[in-house]
Design a protein around this ligand. Structure first.
Ligand code: ZN
Length: 204
């Protein structure tokens, strides 16, 4: 697969934030890591929202135009999730209209919860009867609803480096994480702060 070597970032501690982080800035330029449906499919597998077998099966059922339309839908949801993350990270409320839109889509996902035997015991899971298209997008919406319902909202943070547009769930013990990663932004910002303290201005 041509995108096998593409580097997705998994530093958000949650698939919904990792999806948002498929848009990033590289040397100040915006970059989108979801250029094709194959990218989306690969991301879903890497994010463990789909198995490789499920991703292949979904692809077989999709015509080219359906795949293209799914990618556009996924990007639309990603844009919505980014606005949600921006608002939450800034301590603002999420508008009811956004939640209603997400729920309207989730309502199109028919299925039922079922009990499954696993090696560790039993697990409850949703058995979907939706079409591959609806199911694929529902996985993205599920990840957003999971983020908002099972995380402490104050732990959803944007990287403290202002030009960086990456988000993460701060799972550190004392909730002191500030950066998307030490390598990408943390060290850079620390060097800048040190430089400011010693020289009175920033080299950045
Ligand atoms: Zn960053």
């Amino acid at each position: 697969m041509k995108n096998e070597t593409r580097k997705f970032l998994f530093l958000g501690n949650h698939p919904c934030l990792d999806l948002i982080n498929t848009q990033l800035t590289v040397k100040g330029e915006p970059r989108d890591l979801l250029e094709s449906f194959d990218d989306l499919s690969l991301w879903l597998v890497r994010a463990r929202l789909l198995t490789a077998t499920q991703a292949e099966a979904a692809k077989v059922h999709l015509k080219n135009e359906e795949a293209a339309s799914l990618l556009e839908w996924a990007k639309t949801f990603r844009a919505t999730f980014r606005v949600v993350a921006e608002r939450v990270a800034a301590g603002k409320t999420v508008p009811n209209s956004t939640i209603n839109t997400m729920n309207q889509f989730l309502a199109q996902r028919p299925g039922y919860p079922e009990l499954v035997r696993t090696e560790e015991g039993f697990k409850r899971r949703f058995h979907s009867l939706a079409t591959p298209q609806v199911e694929l997008l529902a996985l993205l919406l599920e990840s957003a609803s999971d983020l908002l319902s099972s995380s402490h909202l104050f732990l959803i943070k944007k990287c403290a480096n202002a030009p960086c547009i990456l988000y993460f769930l701060d799972t550190t013990k004392n909730h002191t994480r500030n950066w998307c990663s030490m390598q990408m932004c943390g060290n850079r910002m620390k060097v800048a702060a040190h430089y400011r303290r010693s020289r009175g201005k920033s080299p950045l």
